[in-house]
Design a protein around this ligand. Structure first.
Ligand code: NIG
Ligand code: FE
Length: 409
């Protein structure tokens, strides 16, 4: 099966040679290579070739020809941080926050993550899968071409296993790559509130061997935060994860400068995510590492918190990724198109930087950079074709408008 897209106004995020870039960092994030007036040929779902219309071979045979006139083509979004499997929305907490309660207060009163855990443990696995598949299909239609999904609303052996089995089914059925993270260390369940050691032992001695033994997770996640998991607890959990071959990808520095970034870097995390609260020490720790700082401005937007200091990170030469954090509490949307606008208006990233952060760097934050994230020969053809648009900047500019004409996955 061959698909030709011709007369593309601009083919964005192209990599001409065979040297694959692994990520883009610092100043280089401002470069978004592209070809104006381009063509692209897909063969059996793989990018076969592309180039400028001025040099299109005369003899291309294709089963389908798509007209790219006036349109932009770019790699589909790589969303490296979501909690897409959940049992129920938390719209009542949303109203409570409007009336003045904070996210932390709601959590202290047994709402928040514990509210979602209660609902999840009451929900049948088949139903959970059905709900999740619908959400996944919806975000694919919005341009997501690869996704990471976390457990973390079970908070007990059976509940965590149930979530991870649902994620495995999504992996098997989905048109896009799905990565799974094990996040039992999301909150202390009520019965362990005064017995942190007991919950850590449950995760380390009982859950991890089962999860890893059944190959249910790619990564180990911990919510390292005041009132949740301390730096020492996080370190123990990450070491235990490594023993089972699970690399860390953690929640860090959302509500406080909790030491999460440093403990993540020390344990060779693939990424440290959130980063609303940052300072010089955190930046220094990241500079000497391969850990990708991943920003989740959707959560800052929805919780009405201060935004992540993207400029400080980019100016320090770091590779910033952007992800949705899709979850029922702090960001009930997986729409990466809105995220693109938020990154530009609130994080003061340029459109080029934000697109790099949502494509190649997002792919790197889930170790998919060899198959996704740029337009390169041999990579998977997971693409967004826009409606007619005057420029790349128009995409984040026209927020709330659906500028996607077609998603190819
Ligand atoms: O990334 N901060 C921790 N975990 C999620 C929110 C989970 C929830 O509120 O249900 C986050 O924002
Ligand atoms: Fe999260």
């Amino acid at each position: 099966m061959r698909i030709l897209i011709e007369n593309i106004k601009e083919l964005v995020q192209t990599e001409p040679g065979t040297d694959r870039k692994a990520r883009v960092a610092g100043k280089a994030m401002a470069d978004l290579p592209s070809i104006k007036e381009a063509w692209l040929l897909i063969e059996n779902g793989i990018i076969h070739s592309f180039g400028s219309m001025a040099q299109i071979p005369g003899d291309i045979q294709a089963d389908e020809v798509i007209n790219g006139e006036g349109r932009i083509v770019l790699p589909a979004w790589c969303d490296s941080h979501t909690h897409l499997v959940f049992a129920a929305p938390r719209d009542q907490e949303f109203v409570d926050r409007i009336k003045g309660l904070s996210y932390e207060e709601i959590a202290r009163r047994g709402g928040g993550i514990l509210n979602s855990a209660k609902k999840l443990n009451e929900t049948d696995e088949g139903l959970l899968y059905e709900q999740s598949v619908q959400r996944l299909e919806a975000v694919i239609a919005q341009g997501t071409g690869a996704i990471e999904i976390k457990s973390g609303y079970g908070l007990c052996l059976e509940g965590e296993m149930k979530m991870l089995r649902v994620i495995r089914r999504l992996k098997e059925q989905a048109a896009i790559p799905v990565k799974a993270s094990f996040l039992a260390a999301h909150a202390f369940p009520p019965e362990y509130r005064e017995d942190h050691e007991g919950y850590l032992r449950l995760i380390i001695d009982q859950m991890l061997p089962r999860v890893a033994g059944e190959g249910l997770a790619d990564y180990m996640d911990v919510f390292c935060e005041k009132g949740f998991f301390s730096v020492d607890e996080t370190a123990r959990l990450l070491e235990a994860g490594w023993k089972h071959g699970l690399k860390p990808k953690i929640h860090a520095n959302q509500l406080h400068r909790s030491g999460g970034v440093q403990v993540g870097v020390q344990h060779k995390a693939v990424s440290v995510d959130h980063l609303e609260s940052m300072g010089e020490e955190e930046i220094e720790a990241l500079k000497g590492s391969d850990t990708i700082p991943t920003l989740l401005p959707g959560a800052a937007f929805f919780l009405n918190m201060h935004y992540q200091p993207a400029r400080m990170l980019i100016d320090a030469g770091l590779p910033v990724a952007l992800a949705s954090d899709y979850n029922p509490g702090s960001c009930p949307s997986g729409n990466m198109n809105f995220l693109l606008s938020l990154a530009c208006t609130q994080l003061r990233m340029t459109p080029e930087e934000a697109i790099n952060a949502q494509t190649i760097n997002g792919a790197a934050a889930m170790e998919l950079e060899q198959e996704m994230g740029t337009i390169a020969v041999g990579k998977k053809a997971r693409l967004i074709l826009t409606r007619p648009a005057p420029s790349v900047a128009y995409l984040p500019y026209s927020f709330g408008e659906n500028w996607i004409e077609r998603v190819l996955v």
